[in-house]
Design a protein around this ligand. Structure first.
Ligand code: ADP
Length: 695
């Protein structure tokens, strides 16, 4: 395919580049994604692990802050103090438990309503209050209640005192006594400062537990009026959240603070939590206890607990990357140990199936190919439109240039410049805002200048031509009339000279005879010249009548006419006998070929016998007659000039002649609607070609 035109070239280049780029992109994408899918998988697994670690860290810190704030509230602590005091009282009377069944009196309960608010707003799943490390009250999202406090004792609430001085009690209002929610235990491990820990429940749950121990300075007192004859009671003072430092401090003269109870806040992480993480990350999360024994996970990745525990002990801070094979499926997995305040709390695991990774790769590549295709199409369309904008001005310019007639083909230096017609010198009307506009402006300036000089030039040429034509006409008219006028006196001179020669030559002496011969000869030559000139001039003045003429007839006559001369010079004249009929004028044609045959015999070489041949060939509706000789030939630089009038190459002595013959022949041929030309080589011969219309 040959691509021509700037537009197609640009378009082709653009599309090619687009194709190459798309191909490269896709190839590169396939190569890179394949190469790096494993690494990519591990990178995203690691990133998610770190994100989850950070989330847990933040959630835990937030929850602890809320827990401490809630436990540190004055209301709650004073409630706890009351409970504690009552508890101590019962313990001191443990010898008669049945009697004291009704003595479990609480003035006030810890404000469970308030705890419920904290539970809901802070995201705890349960809050429990422990006294002497035994469960006292709890709130979960589902229920609120109290434990079976001191087995066998009924929990009552004091409602008042009757007139007999007896206290009145009622059951705990609406509070359940019964099975504990599984995340709440009846005992809490004693701690001496706020502590965070995780534990796993059998129902595939993980519980974050924040234990906030409460300390107080206690003092045993005798109280007379509270219970059934039991004087012992406990005063509880200076309640606060216990820390290891505050526990050992005491003001002078006071008891050391002791831990009287604890608030335990819990948040449960279950399958739903993991599923949420999975849907956010597209990965499979799992949480293991640092010993590897307990876990919650979405897909069972079957890791040996002993291995897991060992790994946790050995690589405390490092993220482990491994490839697991589970049921013929392979998974990329990362494991990392999450520590909170120096203590290993959890192993976070994230996994991704290798199949889903390569699926992703496939999707990415397909997407890329799709996008690349789209880009190709959109780019092609945009490019096409842009090219139109880019190329149209250039095209318009080119069209304008070729309209003017300047060659837009390849110029060769020896090729003649095609003349520009001045009426085509029209300025180009083109709007663009780039270099094309500048080019157009420059071009138009050039056109204007050209037109201007053309107009002047044309004027001058027209003027000069008219002048020349006038002179020519005058000249021709002059030469015609002179020739005409000369003919009569010349005839008289020649005629009388001829008579004189015929009748009185013998009477003249040698010198007189010589002069007389010269007069006769000069007269004849002058007569020929005048005849030739008159013929030539007449040709320019009249038109010819054309009809069918048989060349064969003309040449039969000419052969006869020239036979004597041919014989005299020892030459040969060969005329083809199949010469056709042409359209023309018999007299003119006879004159034409007489001239050519005459020249052919005249300009012969001395060293070889003259050989003149007449042949023909046909071409379309024309006949080309060829008159060739083996004469002296014509040098290339004269081959055009010999057709001009009076153009001769030789002296009269060498070859006598007038120099009008070929000019007359040319004019005659052209008047017959033909053409005359010569081919020749010096020293070898010439061939004159006469092209004439066929009959
Ligand atoms: P002339 O009367 O001199 O022959 P022409 O016009 O017939 O005038 O020819 C012009 C010139 O062309 C001649 O002088 C001659 O030099 C040359 N010429 C014409 N025919 C031939 C030919 N057949 N071979 C060589 N030269 C020729």
């Amino acid at each position: 395919m040959r691509v021509s035109g700037i537009k197609s070239k640009l378009l082709l280049a653009f599309v090619t580049i687009l194709f190459i780029m798309t191909g490269l992109n896709v190839g590169l994408a396939i190569y890179l994604t394949n190469q790096q899918s494993e690494r990519e998988a591990f990178t995203s697994l690691t990133r998610q692990t770190i994100l989850l670690q950070n989330d847990l860290q933040k959630a835990t810190l937030d929850l602890r802050a809320i827990a401490q704030k809630t436990a540190g509230g004055t209301d709650n602590l004073s409630d706890l103090a009351t409970i504690y005091a009552q508890t101590q009282q019962i313990i001191t009377n443990s010898r008669q438990p049945a009697e004291y069944e009704r003595v479990l009196v609480f003035n006030k309960v810890i404000s469970l309503n308030r705890l419920q608010v904290v539970l809901r707003s802070a995201g705890f799943s349960s809050i429990a209050v422990y006294v002497d490390n035994e469960l006292s009250h709890y709130v979960t999202t589902a229920e609120a209640g109290m434990s079976v406090f001191r087995a066998g004792h009924k929990a009552l609430i004091k409602t008042g005192q009757n007139q007999a001085g007896e206290l009145e009690f009622d059951n705990w209002p609406n509070w359940a006594e019964g099975d504990l929610p599984s995340s709440i235990t009846s005992q809490v491990t004693p701690v001496n400062r706020p502590t965070i820990s995780f534990y796993f429940t059998p129902e595939q749950r993980m519980v974050l537990q924040i234990v906030i121990p409460i300390q107080a300075v206690t003092q045993t007192v005798m109280r007379n009026n509270i219970t059934l004859g039991n004087p012992a009671g406990l005063l509880v003072n200076q309640l606060s959240i216990a820390t290891s430092e505050t526990l050992n401090q005491s003001a002078p003269g006071q008891n050391k603070p002791v831990i009287i109870g604890a608030f335990v806040f819990q948040k449960v992480f279950d399958q739903a939590f993991l599923e949420e993480v999975a849907s956010k990350t597209g990965l499979l999360p799992a949480l293991y206890s640092p010993d590897g024994l307990r876990q919650i996970q979405i897909v069972d990745l079957k890791i040996n607990p002993a291995d897991l525990g060992q790994w946790a002990r050995e690589n405390q801070a490092v993220i482990d990357q491994r490839i697991l094979a589970v049921d013929r499926e392979s998974y990329y997995q990362t494991l990392s140990l999450w520590q909170f305040e120096e203590k290993p709390q959890l192993i976070i695991g994230f996994a991704q199936s290798a199949a889903s990774t390569s699926q992703k790769v496939r999707e990415t590549v397909t997407g890329l190919v799709g996008v690349a295709g789209l880009v190709l199409v959109v780019g092609g369309v945009v490019g096409y439109l842009l090219f139109d904008r880019l190329v149209n001005p250039i095209r318009a310019l080119t069209a304008a240039v070729s309209r003017i007639g300047l060659s837009v083909q390849q110029e060769s230096p020896d090729r003649p410049v095609t003349p520009v017609a001045s009426d085509k010198l029209v300025e180009i009307d083109l709007r663009a805002d780039d270099e094309v506009q500048q080019l157009t402006a420059a071009f138009n300036a050039m056109i204007r200048q050209l037109r201007q000089s053309f107009e002047t030039l044309e004027e001058r040429v027209a003027h000069r031509t008219a002048e020349l034509e006038a002179v020519n006409k005058d000249l021709e008219a002059f030469s015609y009339s002179v020739s005409h006028d000369l003919r009569a006196p010349l005839r008289a001179v020649s005629g009388f000279a001829a008579i004189l020669a015929r009748r009185h030559r013998a009477n003249l002496n040698d010198e007189g005879q010589h002069y007389l011969d010269n007069i006769v000869q000069a007269g004849e030559q002058m007569g020929r010249l005048i005849d030739d000139l008159l013929t030539y001039s007449r040709l320019g003045r009249s038109s010819v009548h054309r009809g069918p003429v048989a060349l064969r007839e003309i040449f039969t006559l000419l052969a006869e006419e020239f036979a004597g001369r041919v014989k005299e010079i020892g030459g040969r004249l060969e005329i083809a006998d199949d010469l056709p009929v042409v359209m023309g004028d018999k007299t003119l044609l006879t004159q034409i070929f007489t001239n050519l045959l005459d020249n052919a015999l005249t300009y012969r070489r001395a060293d070889v016998p003259a050989q003149v041949t007449v042949t023909h060939q046909t071409e379309d509706k024309m006949v080309i007659v060829r008159v060739s000789d083996n004469g002296i030939g014509i040098a290339p630089e004269y081959q055009e000039k010999i057709f001009n009038i009076f153009q001769r190459l030789h002296s009269q002595e060498e070859y006598p002649g007038t120099g009008i013959g070929l000019a007359t022949v040319k004019r005659s041929v052209e008047m017959l609607g033909g053409r005359l030309w010569v081919e020749s080589k010096v020293g070898q011969g010439s061939a004159f070609f006469v092209k004439l219309p066929k009959e």
